[in-house]
Design a protein around this ligand. Structure first.
Ligand code: NCD
Ligand code: ZN
Length: 347
């Protein structure tokens, strides 16, 4: 039997939703991760510290009593965010970062930023208070091909942002391209990092579009061609501290995915770490999983590494076809198929 024991990992990019849906998805993350950075793209979005702390309480109320899962909160950056809210966020133990959605880029991003000049003073305050900016890195112009939106964002938005705010700490979230890997790797300073999802490590755009449209593989940024997946695998398994785990597990009801205009988001939480293990094993790099999953993110955020360990066992199990999702159902990644790795029940 093949076992792998590692320091307990954290998920540095997670969507938990709210209400009845929250209660049905949170344990999938709490079973495995010690901490998670919770995305603020609720409807309406989490734009104040008070709202973030109230949301945190609802998350805590939904986790099993035995779990010590620690949700770390984020603010949704809008053109109305104030400098004083940034200061309040910095003073709160549970506010970890601010999330920047270009308006129109993804699920519930309509309150996002249309032009960075509108939030300049807020970015200055974040730089002063050393509050990290988490970026959904895609341009939104309808004229730009959807497969090129991350690459264009790096050139036209991220690079100038980095020039103008030399001390602002930034995470380019869920990177999907070789260009993003190269850009992040090339930056000598530790102020820029990137998260990588399990689904972008395991799938390419054929999994979305070949042999029919696969709505449960539709996420943003989109899955890209195989060369990009290979670049992501190389980055994730490089041991480079700038790359760390962020699942972007993003559940949507089955009916919202299997629809004429389906929502973006893949629900990976029920086997997130197991999927990463599978991806690392593909390139014979299981020895690099612990640093990627459990060290680099904590180090970037200046938080202590976890103490407990967890164990993965190479033992197949079957992913259910669907899970409860509030009043509805949600289809996980690899629904109804065999998952290669299993988490030992030690937590
Ligand atoms: C996310 C969601 O559903 O909230 N969807 C996704 O495809 N990743 C939003 C996001 O992170 O882009
Ligand atoms: Zn996300």
């Amino acid at each position: 039997m093949h076992c792998l024991t590692l320091i307990q990992p954290d998920d540095w990019h997670l969507h938990l939703r709210d209400g009845a849906a929250l209660a049905t998805v949170v344990s999938a993350s709490a079973r495995c991760f010690a901490r998670a950075i919770i995305m603020p793209n609720l409807k309406p979005p989490i734009t104040t510290v008070a709202e973030a702390l109230a949301y945190r309480q609802r998350i805590i109320a939904s986790i099993p009593l035995t779990s010590s899962f620690n949700p770390l909160m984020t603010l949704y950056l809008t053109e109305n965010t104030t400098v004083s809210e940034i200061k309040t966020a910095k003073e709160s133990e549970y506010l970890t970062a601010v999330k920047y959605y270009p308006a129109g880029a993804t699920t519930h991003s309509e309150y996002g930023v249309t032009d960075l000049r509108q939030v300049w003073s807020v970015l200055e305050a974040m730089q002063t208070y050393d509050l990290p900016l988490l970026i959904h890195g895609e341009v939104t112009a309808t004229s730009i091909d959807v497969f090129d939106r991350e690459k264009m964002f790096i050139e036209y938005v991220l690079d100038p942002l980095i020039e103008n705010f030399p001390a602002l700490r930034i995470v380019l979230e869920h990177i999907t391209t070789q260009e993003a890997v190269e850009y992040v790797s090339a930056m000598s300073s530790a102020r820029l990092a990137a998260t990588i999802t399990a689904h972008h490590l395991l799938m390419n755009r054929n999994d979305l579009l070949a042999g029919g449209i696969h709505p449960h593989h539709y996420c943003l940024p989109l899955l890209k061609r195989e060369t990009h997946r290979q670049a992501l695998l190389k980055a994730a398994t490089s041991g480079h501290p700038k790359f760390f785990l962020g699942t972007d597990s993003a559940p949507h009801a089955r009916v919202a995915k299997e629809s004429p205009c389906g929502c973006a988001g893949i629900y990976t939480a029920p086997a997130a770490l197991e999927f990463y293990a599978e991806a690392f094993e593909q390139v014979h790099a299981l020895d690099k999983l612990e640093a990627f999953a459990s060290f680099h993110g904590a180090d970037f955020y200046g938080l202590p590494r976890n103490n407990k360990t967890i164990t993965l066992i190479k033992r197949p199990w079957q992913m259910p076809n669907e899970f409860e999702f509030g009043e509805q159902r949600v289809v996980p990644m690899r629904a109804g198929t065999n998952i290669h790795w299993q988490l030992a029940q030690t937590l």
